[in-house]
Design a protein around this ligand. Sequence first.
Ligand code: PRP
Length: 195
Amino acid sequence: MTSGDAAEPGDVPRPAFGDDIESVLIDGPQIQARLRELAAQITDDYAGERLLLVGVLKGAFMVMADLARYLELPVEVDFMAVSSYGSSTKTSGVVRILKDLERDIAGRHILVVEDIVDSGLTLKYLLRNLAARGPKSLEVLALLAKPSSARPELRVRYQGFEVPDVFVVGYGLDYAERYRNLDCIATLAPAVYSS
Ligand code: PRP
């Protein structure tokens, strides 16, 4: 890119990641197009209402930033940071709240924004926790979901894409805290896990 060219989300320099990326499952423009569609749906669904977006850190920071800009609603945003115990590629279901919401959500319309529903255990915990605070409504947007997470009680109202049951990184998702700033969803070369 020469100076003066407009930057596109797809311009993240993947060569910076060397040979670590094995394949791109969903590219940047596909993500942006799907988020625009979901934002249009949410804009219709919450017309005239006050909506609070609750982003689940760290993974959801990219989705939150892009989704919020596509919504044609005067939303408020807040964040929770949670961490699940487990290995770097599998969660255990035991969730710890590292940062809680700043405000009371009783009587508010809440949309939880997640990057991925993998086993579904984090979301299950979060929904139970947030429902106990008495919101007026509680819905979920997840950019990605795995087939194994398809459980009715998880109620993902707005889903971006289904991804196969493989470990994915990018667009907020990490492996050992890396690759979150990729603009796409990708798989890693096996060598990354053994280094
Ligand atoms: C990831 C992701 C979801 C959760 C999904 O977060 O952001 O919150 O795991 O996994 P599950 O459906 O199997 O519970 P992680 O705990 O890795 O923290 P991070 O967002 O800070 O990377």
